[in-house]
Design a protein around this ligand. Sequence first.
Ligand code: 8DG
Ligand code: MN
Ligand code: MN
Length: 361
Amino acid sequence: PDATTSTPVAKVSQYACQRRTTTANSNKIFTDAFEVLAESYEFNEMEGQSLAFRRAASVLRSLPSKIQSLRDAESLPFLGKHSIAVIEEILQCGFSMEVQKILSNERFKTLKLFMSVFGVGLKTAEKWYRKGLLSFTRGLFPTGFLHYGDISRAVSKAEAQALGNIIDETVHAITSDALLTLTGGFRRGKDFGHDVDFIVTTPEMGKEEHLLTAVIESLKHQGLILYCDYRASTFDMSRLPNHKFDAMDHFAKCFLILRLDGSRVEGGLCGAEGDGRGWRAVRVDLVSPPMKQYAFTLLGWTGSKQFERDLRRFAQKERHMLLDNHALYDKTKRELLAATTEQDIFAHLGLQYIEPCQRNA
Ligand code: 8DG
Ligand code: MN
Ligand code: MN
């Protein structure tokens, strides 16, 4: 064998749905910096630059090892001048001056808090910021503010498991053949999350929305609901395909803050037990699609957000198809493609199946 032949480096796809990205991120030092830059651009409504850094971060997360030199980075997709310069600086001095500056910026810190903890959009966060933090009284904040300490604390896998058990008992006391599925970051194998996401549905056609409202009623009776933002379904099958395929879906859903008792959690609550309460507040999302749309919803809600974006971009650009949480539409054949599993959807798209734990793009 020729000793000069080096192992060919596999080409990194420009689509996250053609990469396998586990939670083991070897390039965290770079991707954390890129995410800060992406957020900062987002807060300044420079969507193009923001997306560029999110894509660059996503590419680096998929690499099997840490970038050691600029040469490692230069041939990768989405690594432009700016991101290469940031990598260079971090390789040289361990941090990026530009990122440090953003992290100490008051406007950045405040907008980030409002958007991540209270879940409001940029417009609202900006309005609050302009009004001035100091002039705020509790009444001006949404209910989330009352539980701010708990909600800004990460949710552990054990806590997610405990919530899964509570909701499972609740759902099955209502309908024995109901289906409850853990989705979001915990389905991707993450150890911590900012909330816990579930799909709740039933094989009984048209009963899924009723099931969700019954679940909310029951949780209320159990004294577990601290906050509930319920959104009724606006889903209309007759209007499919939706040519403005949007990221958000139209199924019945609710954004909750639930009370979780430490006694339900194996190993106890992380952190909150110290103040003697014995419980904590946790953000929980529930979505109820009709069973026919289950596979699309599962794929959509499992994330990561970057993985979803690239699935849709791949479908559109490479396959002339439209994908969202409701359906997959083939624009060439002019027909909807049915699916009962995630595997079916990957197969329709001509993609190799990617396990949930490999979707941490
Ligand atoms: P984390 O909570 O662990 O921080 O991460 P995550 O689980 O990946 O993020 P998430 O914000 O909980 O969102 C999970 C997925 O749900 C994400 O890919 C986006 C998707 N999603 C939809 N529709 C909606 C919606 O209407 N609201 C929210 N909050 N998420 C939605 O597809
Ligand atoms: Mn989540
Ligand atoms: Mn969520």
